[in-house]
Design a protein around this ligand. Structure first.
Ligand code: HEM
Length: 291
């Protein structure tokens, strides 16, 4: 969980935005040196906390099988050295796992092949809902609670989402075409580098000025959205990168000043949602020294 190549902080005021960019389909999923470690962590979470990291509705197998086929085809095309495919059997070479595509829910098999977490959303008569997901690295939210929910409900705890983004996000989902996938980046500051944070508890961290910089982690999610051609479902992938905040500050010119400017505009409800109450002042002083 390291080496985040994304630093999506520009110093502008804090605001919720769709922030979608066109995605080159050849760059759908990212592979790096942490692959074996992260896949092993996923496998272990699937063993000891399956109900926490997997949630599926009956009937979601068709779209998830389409996703699995797409994941395997992507890896074979772009990273052929990572796996051997023999009919239904996929031999994942980094971990040595031999997966049978017909055994288990396909969203889980797909997730065991990539560093990303994977979510499938399908449209019913009314709206888009989360119907299948394998999320090993949630950033303080519970997958079980989100299964079957609409975009608005999923984002219920996010201050301002319902008013500002629920409508545009739904419209965007309706209009997303198979040939134009997109990506967006989401960042946050946390008091831990643990990637598996499956509950909202612990959001209220205790901060002291002396340790604030060295105790914080900069967490970026690279998220992609693409529509599947056969089922019409939408796949939401989440790739999580975590770095020490001090490391990002030291290696990214202008970052400390930009982060300080943005953090100064964070509203009390966002600070409460993020667990940043009590952090803003000491962080401001720490960033000021490094700007
Ligand atoms: C256009 C699409 C989307 C946009 C613009 C969007 C945007 C956001 C934003 C701004 C946040 C707040 C993050 C933070 O402050 O750290 C968030 C949180 C979240 N998003 Fe999305 N999102 C999108 C799609 C999705 C989808 C498809 C899922 C499906 C699982 C999802 C699941 C979540 C969850 C679980 C949270 C945390 C909510 C909580 O705290 O309980 N998002 N999203």
């Amino acid at each position: 969980m390291n080496g985040a190549p994304y630093v999506p902080v520009d110093g502008g005021p804090w605001h919720l935005s769709m922030g979608l960019h066109r995605l080159d389909p050849d760059r759908w999923l990212e592979v790096d040196a942490h692959r074996a470690h992260e896949l092993r962590r996923k496998a272990s979470l699937l063993e000891v906390a399956r109900d926490v990291v997997v949630a599926t509705h009956p009937g979601s197998e068709r779209a998830s099988t389409e996703l699995l086929d797409l994941v395997v085809a992507y890896l074979v095309t772009h990273h052929a050295e990572l796996l051997e495919v023999d009919g239904h059997r996929v031999h994942e070479l980094a971990t040595g796992a031999v997966l049978d595509r017909r055994t288990g829910h396909p969203v889980v098999i797909a997730s065991m092949l990539v560093q990303e977490d994977l979510c499938v959303l399908e449209r019913d008569d009314e709206t888009w809902r989360l119907t299948a997901a394998c999320v090993c690295f949630p950033s303080r939210w519970s997958l079980a609670q989100k299964l079957g929910q609409t975009l608005g409900e999923i984002h219920g705890p996010v201050p301002g989402f319902q008013d500002a983004l629920a409508g545009p996000a739904g419209t965007f989902f309706d209009r997303l075409t198979t040939d134009r996938p997109v990506w967006r980046a989401n960042w946050t500051l946390l008091d831990t580098d643990e990637p598996h944070l499956p509950t909202a508890s612990g959001r209220v961290a205790r901060w002291t000025s002396g340790e604030v910089g060295s105790s914080l982690w900069f967490r970026v999610e690279r998220q992609t959205l693409r529509r599947l051609p056969e089922s019409g479902a939408i796949v939401f992938s989440i790739r999580t990168y975590v770095r020490p905040l001090a490391d990002v500050v030291d290696t990214t010119p202008g970052f400390a000043a930009a982060l300080r400017a943005t953090m100064r505009t964070v509203s009390p409800d966002v600070a409460a949602y993020k667990g940043w109450v009590g952090l803003l002042e000491p962080l401001d002083a720490w960033l000021d020294e490094r700007s």
